[in-house]
Design a protein around this ligand. Structure first.
Ligand SMILES: [Zn+2]
Length: 272
C-alpha cells in the first residue's frame, strides 16, 4: 500500500471520529457500541487486508440514522414554510385546500384532484386551467387547492392577483418578482381592467418560460375569444393557449346560504 492510501485509511479509522456518549461501551472485540440502541458505532477491518492489524471505522448506529432522518424532515418542513411565505403572500389563499372542500362543485373538485395526480405530465407539457364563472362561486378556492397541495409536496408555486403583479412590476422602487423561480403560477382575478402592456409582458414571460398557469376570471371563454380591443386579444390569446383546460365554476350556494351554514355550525358548538 502506498503511503497516501495508508494515511487516508488512518485518517478515516481515527477513533476520535467515533462520537462517544457517556452510555456507550466497547464489546469484547473492542468495537464501540451505542448505549442507547445497542448497535455498533464502528466496524473493524484488517489492513493490509487479511493479514495486518485491525483498524476501526466509524459507522452510524440506529440513533444516528434516526437523527439524520428527523433532520431531513425538519429541513423539508422549513423549506415548505419558506415556499409558502414567499409564493403565497396573501394569507387568505393559504387556507384554501381540499380539507375545506364542501364538494359543492364535484366536477371542479375532481378536475383539481386529477390535475395534481397527473402533475408531472401537466408540468412537462405546461398545461394550465382556466377557472371561469361569476363572483362567489369559488374559482380562487379551486385554483388554490391545487397550489396548496403542490407546495406541500415541495413545489414552488406563486399565487397572486394579476393586478398586484402589475402594480409590483410598475413600481421601480421594489424588486420585481422573478417568475422563473416558480413551477406553477396562479393568476387570480384576471379581468378586463388588466388589459395593459405590463400585464401582457407578465403573461408573455410566463408563456416563454413554459410555466404552467392557472387563471381565475369572471370572463367566459367566449368573451376571451372575441375581445373588443387588440390589447385584450394579445393577452387573452396567450391565456387561452396556456390554460387549455377550462372549468366553469357555478355559484351553487349563495353567500346567504354560506352565512346560514356558518351560523348553524357556530350554534352547534355553543350548544354542545
Ligand atoms: Zn444508537
Amino acid at each position: 500500500m502506498s503511503d497516501t492510501i495508508t494515511r487516508t485509511i488512518d485518517a478515516i479509522a481515527d477513533r476520535s471520529n467515533s462520537v462517544t456518549n457517556e452510555c456507550d461501551y466497547r464489546n469484547s472485540e473492542g468495537i464501540l457500541i451505542c448505549g442507547m440502541c445497542n448497535q455498533p458505532k464502528e466496524t473493524r477491518k484488517k489492513f493490509p487486508l487479511g493479514s495486518g492489524t485491525y483498524k476501526y471505522f466509524p459507522i452510524k448506529c440506529l440513533c444516528d440514522e434516526q437523527a439524520e432522518e428527523e433532520e431531513a424532515i425538519r429541513q423539508k418542513r422549513d423549506e415548505i414554510k419558506r415556499f409558502i411565505e414567499d409564493g403565497i403572500p396573501d394569507i387568505r389563499y393559504r387556507g384554501y385546500n381540499f380539507e375545506q372542500d364542501d364538494n359543492r362543485n364535484p366536477k371542479a373538485s375532481e378536475l383539481c384532484r386529477k390535475y395534481i395526480k397527473h402533475w408531472s405530465d401537466m408540468k412537462e407539457s405546461h398545461y394550465g386551467i382556466l377557472f371561469y364563472g361569476d363572483t362567489g362561486g369559488g374559482k380562487s378556492f379551486y385554483a388554490c387547492c391545487i397550489a396548496n397541495a403542490l407546495v406541500q409536496s415541495g413545489f414552488r408555486v406563486l399565487v397572486i392577483r394579476l393586478s398586484d403583479l402589475v402594480k409590483n412590476r410598475n413600481n421601480k422602487l421594489i424588486q420585481d418578482i422573478d417568475l422563473t423561480r416558480y413551477e406553477l403560477i396562479v393568476l387570480d382575478d384576471v379581468g378586463v381592467e388588466n388589459a395593459t402592456q405590463t400585464a401582457y409582458n407578465i403573461i408573455d414571460d410566463i408563456y416563454k418560460n413554459n410555466i404552467p398557469l392557472l387563471v381565475t376570471t369572471n370572463l367566459s371563454p367566449s368573451e376571451l375569444k372575441v375581445p373588443d380591443t387588440l390589447d385584450k386579444q394579445r393577452i387573452y390569446d396567450r391565456i387561452l393557449q396556456m390554460c387549455c383546460i377550462t372549468q366553469k365554476i357555478d355559484v351553487s350556494i349563495s353567500r346567504l346560504e354560506i352565512a346560514k351554514e356558518r351560523s348553524r355550525k357556530a350554534l352547534n358548538i355553543l350548544n354542545q
